[in-house]
Ligand binder design. Structure first.
Ligand SMILES: CSC[C@@H](O)[C@@H](O)C(=O)COP(=O)(O)O
Ligand SMILES: [Zn+2]
Length: 178
């Protein structure tokens, strides 16, 4: 998570979630570096002090508001995500063994990762994500913002990390010409 890129969140209860404060190095976080956000309207409910919530909080909120089972969302940037998201919409993940880490076990399950435009106004990305996830009730547990990076989610932090790492592996295959 180079140069303060990335943001991490976990659902707190059925009304709110914790998200990393904006602009921080993710390798140096402590418990003061998280803010609790209202799912209903994005207001800061707790924590942070002089810190602001992640600039990409709206994307996390869209996921929690549409994926009832999502308890953690992880966002990062990688060279491979930028390369693989260029010229592909959606990004169809290769059906190699690692696809099973995303819960894809048969040929009938689509492996298309939705691609969202990297609008400067992140709220509009969040709106696009919410609209897509409401229209696609059984999506892959991840999405990609073009020229930017992946956000993956899961029912636990560990599962969200597994999904994130699996997507990054599969994007690396595409970026390397698979
Ligand atoms: C290195 S700038 C990256 C940011 O613009 C953003 O994309 C990001 O992932 C981190 O934003 P943040 O507000 O710190 O959560
Ligand atoms: Zn980002």
């Amino acid at each position: 998570m180079r140069a303060t890129a990335g943001n991490l969140s976990a659902r707190a209860d059925d009304q709110s979630f914790w998200v990393t404060a904006s602009g921080l190095c993710k390798g140096e976080l402590n418990t003061d570096d998280f803010l609790r956000i209202a799912l209903a309207d994005g207001r800061v409910l707790e924590g942070g002090g002089d810190r602001k919530p992640s600039a990409e909080t709206a994307i996390h909120r869209a996921i929690y508001n549409t994926q009832g089972s999502a308890a953690a969302c992880l966002h990062g940037h990688s060279v491979e995500a930028v390369l693989a998201s260029r010229g592909r919409d959606p990004v169809v993940l290769p059906r190699v063994e690692m696809i099973k880490a995303l819960g894809v076990w048969d040929d009938g399950t689509p492996t298309a990762l939705p691609v969202f435009a990297n609008h400067p106004d992140v709220a509009s990305i969040g709106q696009a994500v919410e609209t897509f996830l409401r229209d696609h009730p059984r999506p892959l547990p991840a999405l990609i913002v073009r020229d930017h990076g992946v956000t993956a989610w899961g029912q636990t932090i560990s599962e969200a990390l597994r999904h994130f790492e699996a997507v990054e592996f599969l994007l690396t295959l595409l970026a390397r010409g698979f």
